[in-house]
Design a protein around this ligand. Sequence first.
Ligand code: PPS
Length: 568
Amino acid sequence: MAFERVPELYAAPNERAELLEKIKDMPSIDLSARQVCDLELLMNGGFAPLTGFLGQADYDGVVENMRLASGALWPIPITLDVSEKVSEGLTLGEQIVLRDPEGVPLAVMDVEEMYTPDKVREAEMIYGANDMAHPAVRYLHNQTGAVYLGGAVTGIDEPVHYDYRQHRYTPNDLRRLFHKWGWRRVVAFQTRNPLHRAHVELTVRAAQQTEANLLIHPVVGMTKPGDVDHFTRVRCYEAVMRHYPDQTTAMALLHLAMRMAGPREALWHALIRKNHGCTHFVVGRDHAGPGKNSQGEDFYGPYDAQEMVNKYADEIGIEMVPFQAMVYVQERAQYVPINEVKDDETKLNISGTELRRRLREGLEIDEWFSYPDVVHELRKTHPPRDKQGFTLFFTGLSGSGKSTIANAVMVKLLETGGRPVTLLDGDLVRKNLSSELTFSKEHRDLNILRIGYVASEITKNGGIAICAPIAPYESTRSQVRDLIEPLGGFLEIHVATSLEVCEGRDRKGLYAKARAGLIKEFTGIDDPYEMPKNAELVLDTAEMSPDEAAHKILLKLESMGLLSARKY
Ligand code: PPS
């Protein structure tokens, strides 16, 4: 008996050659990373019964009551957004090519509809609030184009993924395998985080309860900003897989772009897993939760997602396996669902924040919490502070002493050794990176963002970047901070030597020229310098020598754990 296939949207092999010929005359759209994720799951049947990007009637139905115009349940709008400008170049009824960001043609779409969504309504209905603290609401307002295109899609090729090919399976690949292995009941587990012992305990229990085999089905398309990168996660999953009972469990990667829509997302995840041939689906605590809203409260209740899936249990065609959070009970040396813990028992748990702190500080991570091979993988990409890169970002007036202190610190850091050091001094950058730029606000910002970008790459790769531009604008400095802080250490150092002292020194004679009107837009004379509000250190060279200033910086680095591991 053959396995039951889910319908795919790819052109039949005999039509493909003709289609490739036809696309030469068609207009094209280059898709964003998220659109490529959506297209892949449309084409391979992961989003069945959808046959393309939603037209207006389907979109309205999904937004208002989670149903397509046909009445079928579908909780998340799968739409193709473009800018107004792009939409003006398109004609209703024509066919367009959908390409990946490198220009590879992936599909042809019939442009059946173009419509303007009400984004506020979409945010409120899909995510529960028009609140920019929600990552998908932010995406909707900041990145999503103003016009949606609706129409059927005919697939040409799957998007290419060069990484982890051995773990990538389409819905029909999995259906074929389950059939071949004789897996009649399969319980799927969704995740966007590294897995630890609690997850293994939970999933093994779920499989035992349902008498099913287990599919670990992590999302690698797009998850919540700030999540552990998928390369690290997949290495962790590979390690975890060795801890499951033999022959019971498989792992497949899902190239889904998550929306973090909590209850609606849980329902969506269930439908997607049904399309992948699974019969059961685990929904735990706070499924696909986006974290806190702008009032500091959770967007959704911890078990809202379970309630939502339960409500539609009769029509989703896959059975939910609801789970409470698992905690470690010290007296029993065992994981237990939290509602089964007795009052006098000791619950142990390490939160995500606590785990990150322990990784950052190189502290022990208990074996009851995770497996040594998983922790080893996490440590490789989350080294302790003293092994991470960092940026020293000096800001201050011309002649304030930024370069002198920067050079002194650089030499001291080279003397200590351990990490490569790069100096991005204002003058050097102006010569090598930004020679075409002026001193207008726009160009100064561009100059600082270039420096920030280079420093972020150095920091990400474990080096030390020392930047010493004037950087007169607060918002640009904070953009650089936001770029670098997630990648390593960041220290803003305000060299606060007063204008009078700088002008009095006037080493380069520039202040005199600026006063004489020979140089325009000179910082401090006829151009602004906004005082830093968030500097980690403020130094005034009228009061201290470069050597003293450099030592203060080293002490600060030491106190931030960036220089050496604690020896006490
Ligand atoms: S900015 O605002 O951060 O982009 O400026 P920066 O690239 O750091 O400036 C580098 C040096 O350019 C010289 N210079 C000027 N500075 C300010 N305003 C004007 N109009 C100007 N014209 C030339 C100045 O010597 C800066 O070097 P430092 O090392 O700060 O003295």
